[in-house]
Design a protein around this ligand. Structure first.
Ligand code: ZN
Length: 205
């Protein structure tokens, strides 16, 4: 017997399909939403629809933004000759939180994984090469260094090696963050001191 109405069950199902939300949490949220005023539910729904529509990848670094260029790429205070390559926007956020990195980024949105059938064409790699070949970032300054900060998982290391081989012939210094980052650990879960140490201890590839 269905305990609740079809619409209510549908709401629970939709919420439960989100990452990190189990059935219990989905029920709790569904009850909460039903208890909210209609105006608030409307605002929440509209915010989701609007964000989904307006947020896209930055033209330059592929980070999420709702303008043409993200604030980092648009900033004249950043060093546009140094590009740190990360797997996800969350990794970028982790490095930004340290407040010590002055260069710009490139977000791959994944890593190469032959096991999962994810090849170089499935991540935002071509955009990185185009960017370096075009004489660098916004402002037309040449890229001096590419810091590869992919995870220290098998996929992250494979990706780092692959990128290094592609970029080196372009006469750009290629470095890899130090292996102070735990193996397989997502960068976003690592504390700022460890991240800074990994960045400072980066080595030529
Ligand atoms: Zn950007």
């Amino acid at each position: 017997m269905d305990l609740y109405s079809g619409d209510f069950n549908k709401l629970i199902d939709e919420l439960a399909a989100l990452p990190g939300i189990g059935n219990k949490s989905a029920q709790r949220l569904a009850f909460y939403i039903i208890g909210m005023s209609e105006a608030r539910v409307d605002r929440l729904a509209q915010t989701m629809v609007k964000a989904r529509k307006s947020v896209h990848y930055c033209r330059c670094c592929q980070n999420l933004t709702d303008s043409d260029l993200c604030p980092i790429c648009a900033s004249p205070r950043r060093d546009h000759g140094t590009i740190m390559v990360v797997e996800t926007p969350q990794d970028l956020a982790a490095y930004e939180k340290t407040g010590k990195y002055e260069g710009v980024y490139h977000v791959l949105h994944g890593a190469i994984s032959p096991m999962m059938g994810i090849g170089p064409a499935d991540i935002r790699l071509r955009e990185l090469l185009d960017r370096i070949r075009a004489g660098g970032a916004e402002g037309g300054k040449p890229v001096r260094e590419v810091i590869i900060a992919t995870n220290s998982s098998l996929e992250g290391e494979t990706t780092a090696m692959y990128i290094s081989k592609l970029i080196k012939p372009l006469q750009v210094r290629v470095t890899r963050i130090a292996s102070g980052v735990p193996v397989g650990g997502d960068l976003e879960n690592i504390d700022e001191v460890t991240l800074l140490r990994a960045l400072e201890g980066r080595q030529e590839m």
